[in-house]
Design a protein around this ligand. Structure first.
Ligand code: HEM
Length: 241
């Protein structure tokens, strides 16, 4: 359905009153403003994304109930949650480049949810290890870290994720201002640590196909970011000159 002229004048863009004066209409009538197509689809799309992101958890639960977690269920859950943490980290990092390339700004509205899912699966991964694998036995954990130092790297990534999750609400972003942006850039360091964690673990098994694949994805996403930053700096310098 195409919007009426009155609707068009109230929905942004070249907002002019129908009566013909040249003063733009202020957004005081926002309550009466009809929702755009994107707005109308946003709530169902968010619910769909929320449910889809529960798939890895549902899969584990389903496999648990149908006795399909294999000979070592703890190992299965640790590996599955670890891999899905990495997947959600990569998807979160891809939001901005995909938004820029496609011009679909609405994608930004999913980023927080995706980042929180990365944290959710990281918490499950960590809890599975510390609780169900090691039963909080500190001596056991230290012995394991001595044998498999890649665990320390995963732990560092997890610790760095905590402040990002804690400051994800909009109110925190408003309060922190520019510092929020600086803090949230640590997601690239977290992704790099996650790759190192994965790579190190798989190097011991001489199976580097997946770490190489995810490593390449993170390098491309980080490279894109660095290129965008360098371009912005160059344009700013030119504008200054
Ligand atoms: C952002 C944080 C983390 C990410 C992205 C991550 C990711 C991963 C990935 C992708 C794997 C390999 C899965 C596979 O084999 O397919 C893995 C394995 C593992 N991770 Fe993490 N991890 C993180 C944090 C942690 C933490 C905090 C711990 C424990 C303190 C941990 C302990 C382990 C262990 C023990 C394994 C190996 C499981 C096995 O040998 O079967 N990880 N992780």
């Amino acid at each position: 359905m195409s919007p009426s002229p009155q609707t068009q004048s109230l929905s942004g863009g070249d907002a002019r009153p129908v009566g013909g004066t040249s003063r733009p209409i202020r957004a005081s009538a926002s309550a009466a403003r009809p929702r755009s197509g994107v707005e109308r689809w946003m709530a169902p799309a968010k619910i769909a994304a929320f449910i889809a992101a529960l798939y890895p958890l549902a899969r584990i639960v389903f496999f648990g109930f149908t006795d399909r977690l294999g000979a070592n269920p703890i190992e299965f859950i640790t590996r599955s949650t670890g891999l899905w943490t990495l997947v959600f980290l990569c998807i979160t990092l891809a939001v901005t480049p995909v938004r820029r390339l496609t011009g679909v700004n609405a994608l930004l509205r999913f980023r927080r949810m995706l980042g929180l899912y990365a944290f959710f699966y990281a918490t499950l991964h960590f809890t599975t290890y510390i609780w169900f694998d090691k039963w909080f036995a500190v001596a056991e954990i230290l012995k394991d870290i001595g044998k498999r130092p890649f665990i320390t790297v995963g732990f560092a990534a997890f610790v760095l994720l905590i402040p990002l999750a804690a400051t994800s609400p909009r109110a925190a972003a408003r309060k922190l201002g520019r510092r929020w942006l600086t803090l949230h850039r640590s997601i690239y360091a977290i992704a790099a640590l996650a790759i190192l964690h994965f790579w190190w673990m798989k190097a011991g098994k001489h199976d580097l196909i997946l770490p190489k694949l995810y490593g390449a994805i993170v390098v491309v996403l980080l490279g894109w970011r660095v290129a965008a930053w360098a371009r912005a700096k160059w344009f700013a310098a030119r504008a200054g000159a």
